[in-house]
Design a protein around this ligand. Structure first.
Ligand SMILES: [Zn+2]
Length: 347
């Protein structure tokens, strides 16, 4: 964040504008969104929007606690949005994807404050127990200091020579490898492709694989997370939600088939993968008995909000504490409205 923005927010807070905003927006439900956590790795540098230091997450929970934001369940928030009966500045914590670090970090930290949270789990990699292919390819390319790589015969169907001298070249190479892996390889081939690439790119995957940094929680971890009070919910099976209604429904059905036996209850809350959503999806959600769907669009949710277009605050390692406070206070939302950037979907 720029020094100017920090100064602006700090002065605004000092002038009492956060206090006033919090009062003005008290009927708005704050839905926080997290992804994965890290204790000692470099994944926060790789993807600061995806990985948050566990210590930063603990600071956020402490800040919510000190400022007295009531953290409630997603179910309670939805009920309140329907009947208008909500505590002031009601807050919901959601965590996307289901990385094992959720269990390790959030699973430890949340019970200390007795805060409930919803974890949206994408199930394909939970079943396969291989690292998320796309993410690990991007990590390998980000991490490597090799500047050119000629793909050997053994890594077919991938072929060619990749220049990796610049960020753009690395990003293009990652896109091409992901395309070939997804279109032309089986899951087993993708795994050997990852191992071959790691050797070629001279990246040691020891910790990444042993700590399962880019994996998704397995059945036992999900059961343990649920036992700790984390509410396991839907996020599609393959982390995609096609426009075509049959294929979209299939994603929810396959996701449920894995998660409902673990959660031991009907799952009715959904999170759009990669924040891609449209109103065209809403009939599919209704047919599948979905009660709520969260997006990645920023904002607060006021009574009467469209339950399939819930807005969230994406918190991450590159959000500073004062920015977090500005979001929670509703000050950031008021600024977006003044600038005409608020995009609350209508019901
Ligand atoms: Zn996701």
């Amino acid at each position: 964040m720029s020094g100017f923005k920090t100064l602006f927010l700090t002065i605004s807070k000092w002038l009492g504008l956060f206090y006033i905003s919090r009062r003005l927006t008290r009927r708005g439900v704050r839905i926080l969104c997290y992804h994965a956590f890290s204790t000692d790795g470099d994944e926060c540098d790789f993807r600061p929007k995806l990985f948050m230091r566990c210590s930063t997450f603990q600071k956020r929970l402490q800040a919510l606690h000190s400022a007295g934001y009531p953290v409630i369940t997603l179910d309670a928030a939805l009920q309140g949005l329907e009947n208008g009966n909500l505590p002031a500045c009601a807050t919901v914590i959601t965590i996307d994807d289901g990385f094992p670090s959720v269990y390790r970090c959030a699973g430890e930290a949340l019970p200390r404050y007795k805060y409930p949270a919803t974890v949206y789990v994408t199930s394909y990699y939970s079943v396969k127990q291989n690292p998320v292919f796309r993410l690990l390819v991007q990590y390998l390319l980000w991490k490597t200091s090799v500047t050119t790589v000629a793909v050997p015969e053994s890594l077919r169907p991938l072929r060619g020579t990749f220049s990796l001298g610049s960020k753009q070249e690395k990003s293009d190479a990652a896109d091409e490898i992901i395309r070939v892996g997804q279109e032309q390889c089986s899951e087993e081939q993708r795994l050997s492709l990852l191992q071959g690439l790691a050797r070629l790119l001279e990246v040691d995957l020891g910790r990444i694989l042993t700590e399962r940094v880019f994996h998704v929680m397995n059945r036992e971890e999900l059961l343990a997370a649920a036992a700790k009070g984390l509410d396991v919910q839907l996020h599609t099976h393959r982390h995609r939600f096609p426009e075509e209604s049959g294929a979209a429904a299939r994603e929810i059905i396959d996701n449920r088939a894995v998660l409902e036996p673990i959660a031991a209850k009907p799952l009715r809350h959904f999170c759009y993968p990669s924040g891609v959503w449209s109103k065209n999806h809403w009939p599919v959600l209704a047919r599948e008995g979905i009660r709520s769907a969260t997006t990645s669009a920023p904002g607060l949710n006021f009574p009467g909000a469209a339950p399939y277009g819930l807005l969230r605050m994406l918190d991450s390692e590159d959000v500073t504490q004062i920015e977090f406070e500005a979001e929670m206070a509703g000050f950031a939302e008021l600024l977006r409205r003044i600038r005409g950037k608020s995009r609350a979907p209508s019901a």
